[in-house]
Structure formats: structure tokens, C-alpha cells
Ligand binder design. Structure first.
Ligand SMILES: C[S@@+](CC[C@H](N)C(=O)[O-])C[C@H]1O[C@@H](n2cnc3c(N)ncnc32)[C@H](O)[C@@H]1O
Length: 252
């Protein structure tokens, strides 16, 4: 296949940006380079709304094959990545620089080691999402920035490749997939995919805020245009309509 040219990013917060991301998502399977490069560039631009990246030390938790490594480095950040899965780390051939095998549930770094910690689409793949965010907060310096985004379970894409059958139950959706495809789904409920709601993570953040560990800076539906961001503040509705939720917190 001829590689697509790298498009300019549509304006942040615009409807065009949401359409651009949605169109790219439709070719995720057939042209992952195009989709993930675009997503990474868009995401890094969004992160810069909360913190400057030039010269900042950044830890990317669950960075996978390195698209985010390229985008953070291009933005001037000093990048480090962790991912426990050797297959993901090498999916583009080699392993991105300054990346190591480790889990977000037990980060091999000192307290306050990074200016920024970032995680995209990983939280729903760990059995203890609160524990992973607590680890990210721990390794971020006071006043630094933690950005974490994930697909809530009740999102139309909550079941990943088993969607929309996850609405009838995660195990049932995964079993149905196994029967139809002759193999378990990569995102297998209870093994590599877990139900993580926006409300659950917001409750944890609020508690940590009350206990004096961090401040909540922002919470938004990651791919929506600016005018539609209010949906993330409506309990119940946000679980379905946000599609993907982004939380930004600042350790004290
Ligand atoms: C859907 S991919 C997301 C990759 C990339 N962050 C992105 O947004 O395109 C999920 C990633 O989470 C990683 N992952 C799974 N369990 C993890 C854990 N305990 N700690 C850190 N990463 C994990 C997987 O190996 C995989 O690379």
C-alpha cells in the first residue's frame, strides 16, 4: 500500500478535528501507521494545553510501539516509555529509544522523577486502574502534570473488537467473538480488558484531592469538539457519550 501523506492537524477543539480523528480511526486496522501517527500528534498538541513540553521529562505509560515517542520527541520533550508487552513494543520492528518493559502498576522510578506522565488507552487494560494512576501521580513531581485517557466500559467502543456486544456482558461478548473468529479476542474481558468507568476514576481523583495528594485540572471527552465537552460532567450520560475520557491532574 502507498503510505498516505501526513496531513496537517485540524484546529484544536473544532468539529473538523473530531471528523479528522474519526475518519482516521476507520482505517486503524488497514493503515495503523496513519491512524496512530495522527492520534499521537493530535494528543501531544492537546497535552501542551496544560503543560509546556520543550525540555520536559515525560513518561509514557503503555506507549506501545513508539508513535507517541516520536510525537513527544518532536515536541521537544525528553521521552521515556514503559510497556510490559514485548510484542507491542516491537510492533513496528525495533523498540523506540528510551523505552523499557515494565508495568504501569509498579513503575520502576523514584518519586517525583518526571515533569509529565502520560497514558493513552491503557487504563481499561489493567485490573487496578486506580493503582496505575496512583503510580503515575507518585512518579510525577509536585506541580507536574498527569494526563490519562481511556475508553470507559459503556462507551460504544468499550468492548473494543467485541463491541457492541459488550453491552450484553463482557464475558459473553468475548465468548461470542471466540466462536466467530476461532480465537479469543486480543482485548479479552477479565484478562486484558476491564470495565473502567469515568465515574469510578473521578471518585478516586476527588478522594485523592480531599486527602491533599493532587488537584483535578481538567476532565474532558478526548475527541469531542470544544462545544460538546459538557457531556463529561453528566453522570450516566458521560459513560456512553464521551467515547474516550481524559483526566488531567497535578500532584501537590
Ligand atoms: C491500546 S494500546 C495503547 C497504545 C498507545 N498508548 C496508544 O494510545 O496508541 C494498550 C497498551 O497498553 C499496554 N498495557 C497493558 N497492560 C499494561 C500495564 N499493566 N502497564 C502498562 N501498559 C500496559 C499494552 O501492552 C498496549 O501497548
Amino acid at each position: 500500500m502507498t503510505p498516505r501523506s501526513t496531513p496537517a492537524l485540524a484546529a484544536t477543539g473544532s468539529v473538523s478535528r473530531s471528523i479528522q480523528l474519526f475518519r482516521a480511526f476507520r482505517v486503524e486496522q488497514s493503515d495503523p501507521d496513519f491512524f496512530y501517527s495522527l492520534l499521537a500528534r493530535d494528543s501531544i498538541r492537546e497535552v501542551q494545553r496544560w503543560c509546556p513540553l520543550t525540555g520536559a521529562s515525560v513518561l509514557d505509560v503503555g506507549g506501545g510501539p513508539g508513535y507517541f515517542a516520536d510525537a513527544f520527541t518532536s515536541a521537544g520533550a525528553r521521552y521515556a516509555g514503559v510497556d510490559p508487552d514485548a510484542g507491542e513494543l516491537t510492533a513496528r520492528g525495533g523498540v523506540a529509544g528510551n523505552t523499557m518493559r515494565a508495568s504501569g502498576l509498579c513503575l520502576p522510578f523514584a518519586d517525583g522523577a518526571f515533569d509529565v506522565t502520560y497514558s493513552s488507552n491503557v487504563l481499561e487494560h489493567v485490573p487496578d486502574p486506580e493503582g496505575m494512576v496512583a503510580e503515575m501521580v507518585r512518579v510525577t513531581r509536585p506541580g507536574g502534570t498527569v494526563v490519562v485517557s481511556w475508553t470507559p466500559w459503556l462507551s460504544p467502543w468499550g468492548g473494543h473488537e467485541t463491541s457492541p456486544w459488550h453491552y450484553l456482558g463482557g464475558v459473553r461478548a468475548a465468548d461470542r467473538y471466540a466462536v466467530r473468529h476461532g480465537r479469543r479476542p486480543k482485548n479479552d474481558f477479565g484478562r486484558s480488558l476491564f470495565a473502567c468507568s469515568a465515574g469510578r476514576m473521578l471518585r478516586w481523583v476527588r478522594r485523592a484531592e480531599e486527602e491533599g495528594h493532587l488537584d483535578l485540572v481538567d476532565m474532558l471527552p478526548r475527541y469531542h469538539p470544544a462545544w460538546a465537552r459538557w457531556v463529561v460532567h453528566v453522570p450516566g450520560l458521560r459513560e456512553v457519550v464521551s467515547w474516550n475520557v481524559m483526566l488531567v491532574v497535578r500532584p501537590r
